[in-house]
Ligand binder design. Structure first.
Ligand code: XMP
Length: 324
């Protein structure tokens, strides 16, 4: 394991107001009168970095939301509207075709993740970084990301290494990671102090590979449409349950069912709902039978292609939280 040189700040010791003031000073000093850019995904870390960065840099920071086509229902529009309401303009980049092209014919979980990472960094964001003329790039890297990368659990998170670029040497770019001393619960504290709505800083975790992590086998626009609909229903039905995370997964295998009195070979949706503190270990939430019935009822009623709904009662380990 590589040694980490970052001086972490414990969440209990974190004073959000002072932290924000210090990071504003540091960002202003680093960017001077230049231009910085960042990518907002709607997740907690990138949302907090966006709010913090705009407070420090104002118009000198340009924020892009890359619509990869595998997000939840209306996500790009919803996230951009929230930030617009906070006085932060977001440019949505339609990259759906790039991602679906990269995912075509790919069924292996790791290859799927790799296709998404490469499309994001090399094609879409890479182009924006080069075109923008920005000299600084803001990233929402947190301490846990650095630790997990050092331990070999996570893929490399450094954007420039992903681009195959030594930023300093090639462009004089610098990468700014204002959240790198804190962890997720610290990030939520900072998000609250920045005035972000709780619906942003308290969101349930959602994976970087988005709904592609919830389609078993090849990802197609049609399969994303089905799992997206099931995800909306699941989030609506389980939103009031105090669980760590909940999700719908679209299976590759189909099963025989019945629709309008005819046999139909239809899709299967698996529901997972987890109790966990930090995602390292997790147990299925003991949902009431009533809750499960109403959820399953809505899924088969609102998605005619689906004929079967299951609830996963495995634990992590040996399962993981996501299916892919
Ligand atoms: P697993 O599936 O590894 O998930 O038990 C643990 C937690 O991490 C989230 N997760 C990801 N988050 N990129 C992310 O940003 C990813 O590739 C990824 N894979 C899993 C997962 O949702 C859970 O909260």
């Amino acid at each position: 394991m590589k040694k980490i040189k970052i001086k972490g700040i414990r969440t209990e010791a974190l004073k959000p107001k002072e932290f924000i003031e210090e990071k504003i000073r540091e960002l202003k000093e680093a960017v001077e009168d230049g231009l910085a850019i960042n990518a907002l995904s709607g997740g907690v870390d990138s949302s907090v970095v966006t709010a913090l960065g705009h407070r420090a840099l104002g118009k000198q920071l340009k924020t892009y939301f890359i619509d990869n086509g595998i997000m939840r229902e209306n996500e790009p529009r919803k996230v951009a509207a929230i930030f617009k309401g906070l006085g932060i303009p977001i440019t949505i980049v339609d990259a759906r075709a790039d991602f679906f092209k990269a995912l075509k014919g790919v069924a292996d979980p790791e290859e799927k993740r790799e296709a998404i990472t490469q499309t994001f960094y090399r094609n879409v964001f890479g182009r924006l970084v080069k075109k923008s003329g920005a000299r600084s790039l803001l990233q929402g890297t947190i301490l846990t990301d650095v630790e997990e990368t050092a331990a070999g659990i996570k893929r490399q998170h450094n954007v420039f290494e992903q681009l195959g670029i030594d930023p300093q040497k090639e462009f004089g770019y610098r990468i700014l990671e204002p959240l790198v001393q804190i962890r997720k619960d610290g990030v939520r504290k900072v998000g609250r102090a920045l005035g972000l709505p709780a619906s942003v800083f308290n969101r349930i975790p959602f994976p970087g590979p988005a709904l592609a992590a919830r389609v078993i086998g090849e990802v197609t626009p049609e399969k994303i449409r089905l799992v997206r609909k099931a995800t909306s229903i699941t989030e609506e039905e389980l939103g009031s349950v105090k669980a760590f995370q909940y999700m719908a997964i679209l299976h590759e295998d189909r099963v025989t069912g019945m629709r309008s009195g005819k046999r139909r070979f239809g899709f299967q949706i698996e529901i997972r709902c987890w109790d966990s503190v930090d995602a390292r270990i997790a147990k299925p939430t003991r949902l009431s039978w009533q809750k499960l019935e109403s959820l399953a009822g809505r899924v088969v009623e609102e998605i005619p292609e689906v004929v079967s709904v299951t609830y996963n009662i495995g634990t992590k380990p040996p399962s993981t939280i996501e299916a892919v």
